[in-house]
Design a protein around this ligand. Structure first.
Ligand code: G6P
Length: 608
């Protein structure tokens, strides 16, 4: 979703802004723009194309201060006039990520006071509001603070003024923003990857913070307007981890990084002989002893991780578990249970609906909270009492891959810790699970070796309009995830069903044009699944079966088998995910879609 970069530096900031935007491209966007102050004037360039086109338009632009933006349309179509930065009366320029809820009311008020609107965005009111205070003699900082007091909604903003070329003001509430403190200047960005070429020293801003950046330093004011100090941290994100390297797309790179990502996530556990609650935080043991159930809240792929975890938690740990889509939970009347552990799962830790769902749960009296997240300093991690960080490294492709499998690994650890604490795990079982976890990275590597076969298989999908995914039990969420991956990046309509539901509706869709993809682990439900597959074959449906060793499903006409190397027991969903990721990837290649930045989607959904 929208990305922000800003700089006050000793040399031309345009290359820094453009490189920052390029690094934020993965968040998803449909237009881009930047503005600098040059000779007392605001010079703005905008484009509805990619950042590379903006770069082409910027060759003659320079300045020592500037702000830049990639926009993911919410209010108003993707177009140059709606692209940020927005400028008020040639004096104030603003970039914004978030949604201003009272913008219509503000727009009417400002229009009545002579402000002209040249876009359909909610952002334009911010620039005009700041301007309305600025012209009354307030400094940029005070004018911004006064404007923010009138806004309802979520924002991260960067603001500059034509007649104040040494000052950049920024603020955040509900959307991510951080400061970069470099030798050559001060910077702002939506996430740290944008700033790696200029600095690793970062300050993560708190909700409500407003910051004034100048040539001699910066000052941070909290939501109450009080000057505060915030810790400067050294980001450990490596520059290589956000580079494509030998791969064609980030998604392909990230699929291949899964063995390492899983090894990193499991590192502390796999090096020890037993499991301890402490991996979820100092208060975990006491919290886990006090809970009687689990409520998982998440969106998208992270929601699917929650659905897998429910099977583990109920079967292995004997803990009742509910899983809810965060955007639904936040608005429905539910019955709170203060003895429930609320688990939020998120790659980014910034998803607006998941944050709101967590806050809603807290308001209902839930105090036991755990974040499973891939971004250490993210909002969700800070909002929860307990945490488990997945160590997948930055995920750039919009379609989540390594974040998902590492979330599953973390959720399996949660299951084992709870099972142990509840006396449901013998010492021998614990050791066996630990051994299986140690084996997981190499098992994942073996599954990746199916890649060439899957690339060939994908050719059969290039002309398909629809696909049906089937799974049972623990693997039904994997079928859901497979269908999500395929639709996200290849734009083929894909649906997933628990295989037993086939005859209650989707069987009506099955004919020779409908590919049916089935996840077939060698588990207790295998024989049932085989019967379901017969139902498909009897209707002429073409079957693509991802089968574990020894499932004895034979390759015959109309039945294509992808042989998985082994059966991984409870960890099987992690392994069965990988061929489905690869299938979606190679089908998208066949179709020539934008794999890493699929149309209309965003990586980090920071608005509702
Ligand atoms: C977006 C992304 C998905 C992701 C979902 C939840 O839709 O495109 O890949 O699963 O948001 O994001 P989160 O960061 O909370 O896991």
């Amino acid at each position: 979703m929208c990305g922000i970069v800003g700089a006050v530096a000793q040399s031309n900031v345009v290359p820094i802004l453009l490189e920052g935007l390029r690094r934020l491209e993965y968040r998803g966007y449909d237009s881009a723009g930047l503005v600098v102050v040059h000779d007392g004037k605001l010079e703005r360039i905008r484009s509805t194309g990619r950042v590379v086109e903006l770069t082409g338009k910027s060759t003659n632009t320079q300045g020592l201060i500037g702000i830049a933006h990639t926009r993911w349309a919410t209010h108003g179509i993707p177009s140059e006039r709606n692209a940020h930065p927005h400028i008020s009366k040639n004096q104030i320029a603003v970039v914004h990520n978030g949604i201003i809820e009272n913008y219509e009311e503000l727009r009417s008020l400002l229009a009545a006071n002579g402000y002209e609107f040249t876009s359909d965005t909610d952002t334009e009111v911010i620039g005009h509001l700041i301007h309305s205070h600025y012209v009354q003699g307030k400094k940029l900082l005070e004018a911004t603070q006064a404007a923010l007091a009138e806004l309802v909604g979520a924002y991260a903003i960067g603001v500059i003024a034509a007649d104040d070329p040494d000052r950049l003001v920024c603020a955040r509430r509900g959307s991510p923003l951080l400061l970069g403190v470099g030798d050559s200047g001060l910077f702002i960005a939506s996430d740290v990857s944008a700033l790696l070429p200029v600095t690793r020293q970062v300050v993560y801003l708190e909700e409500g913070d407003v910051v004034e950046l100048g040539r001699s330093g910066y000052r941070i004011y909290d939501a109450a307007g009080k000057k505060v100090d915030r810790v400067v941290q050294t980001s450990e994100l490596s520059n290589e981890s956000v580079q494509l390297g030998e791969y064609r797309h980030y998604m392909q790179k990230e699929i291949h990084e899964q063995p390492q990502a899983l090894a990193n996530t499991l590192e502390s556990v796999c090096n020890s002989q037993s499991l301890v609650p402490g991996i979820f935080g100092a208060e975990a043991a006491a919290t886990f002893a006090d809970i009687d159930s689990i409520l998982i809240l998440a969106c998208g792929t992270s929601f699917h991780a929650g659905l897998v975890a429910r099977f583990w938690l109920e079967e292995i740990a004997g803990v009742r578990c509910n899983v809810e889509v965060a955007s639904e939970y936040r608005y429905r009347t539910s019955v709170p249970n203060p003895k429930s552990l609320v688990v939020v799962i998120s790659q980014s830790g910034e998803t607006a609906d998941t944050q709101a769902a967590l806050n809603h749960a807290k308001l209902l009296g839930h105090s036991h909270t755990l974040a499973i997240c891939n971004v250490p300093e993210s909002a969700l991690v800070r909002l929860c009492k307990l945490r488990m960080l997945t160590r997948a490294g930055p995920e750039i492709g919009v379609a989540s891959t390594k974040a998902f499998t590492t979330q599953l690994a973390a959720l399996f650890l949660l299951t084992l810790v709870l099972a142990k604490q509840r006396g449901r795990l013998t010492e021998q079982q614990e050791l066996q699970h630990l051994n299986e976890l140690r084996h997981l990275p190499s098992a994942t590597q073996m599954v990746l070796e199916l890649e060439p076969q899957i690339a060939v298989l994908a050719e059969k999908f290039a002309n398909k309009q629809h696909a049906l995914f089937l799974g049972r039990g623990l693997h039904y969420p994997i079928a859901l995830e497979g269908a999500l991956k395929l639709k996200e990046i290849s734009y083929i309509h894909a649906e997933a069903y628990p295989a037993g539901e086939l005859k209650h509706g989707p069987l009506a869709l099955v004919d020779q044009y409908m590919p049916v993809i089935s996840v077939a682990p060698n588990d207790a439900l295998l024989e049932k699944l085989k019967s379901n597959l017969q139902e498909v074959r009897a209707r002429g449906g073409e079957l693509y079966v991802f089968a574990d060793a020894n499932t004895h499903i034979r390759e015959v006409d109309g039945v294509h088998i992808m042989q998985m190397p082994e059966h991984a027991g409870y960890l099987s969903p992690i392994l069965h995910t990988i061929p489905l990721q690869l299938l979606a990837y190679y089908v998208a290649l066949q179709k020539g879609t934008d794999v890493d930045k699929p149309r209309n989607l965003a990586k980090s959904v920071t608005v509702e």
